[in-house]
Design a protein around this ligand. Structure first.
Ligand code: GDP
Ligand code: MG
Length: 168
């Protein structure tokens, strides 16, 4: 039996919830006292798509995104991307175009989903719904509102789409 491994990069400004999202999907937990460095390059989760075993390797950063210091090695060979911004951080929303350009420059046009995380904090939102939807439409990306904390739209939304995108 051939096993397929897919590298997925999770990209966006610091503190939007990338590490938490990867942990949630791969380990099923949400830890509030997060550690900046999880100490590994990626976490993985085994899934089955069309009767085939697929290993999704979710690549995390160790905080380098805050210093604009992500290396080429992070992007190398990526086959899918999850672009994340936060409901409570306008800069993270404004930065999405920039992140998308970087990814394209490194790996070309790969299947990508756009995620507005921390939707549990909707009452504190600094991004209008139509702004987020406009961004997704302009970039032609599938868009999810998610809460890693409340386990909303992570496994069933973001990564369900990501895995079907890469397995055809
Ligand atoms: P990263 O820098 O993008 O990897 O972000 P982290 O995963 O480290 O998360 C930054 C902070 O946001 C941590 O305190 C998390 O507990 C918190 N966080 C992550 N996801 C959510 C969410 O969906 N809702 C809320 N309220 N907090 C979240
Ligand atoms: Mg992180």
């Amino acid at each position: 039996d051939m096993e397929v491994a897919i590298k997925v990069v999770v990209v966006g400004n610091g503190a939007v919830g990338k590490s938490s999202m990867i942990q949630r999907y791969c380990k099923g937990v949400f830890t509030k006292d997060y550690k900046k460095t999880i100490g590994v390059d990626f976490l993985e989760r085994q899934i089955t798509v069309n009767d085939e075993d697929v290993r999704l390797m979710l690549w995390d950063t160790a905080g380098q995104e805050e210093f604009d210091a992500i290396t080429k090695a992070y992007y190398r060979g990526a086959q899918a991307c999850v672009l994340v911004f936060s409901t409570t951080d306008r800069n993270s929303y404004m930065a999405i175009d920039n992140w998308k350009e970087k990814i394209e420059a490194e790996v070309g046009d790969i299947p990508t989903v756009l995620v507005q995380n921390k939707i549990d904090l909707l009452e504190e939102t600094v991004i209008k719904n139509e702004e987020a939807e406009g961004l997704a439409k302009r970039l032609k990306l599938r868009f999810y509102r998610a809460s890693v904390k409340e386990d909303l739209n992570v496994t069933e939304g973001v990564f369900n789409t990501t895995s079907s995108n890469v397995s055809n």
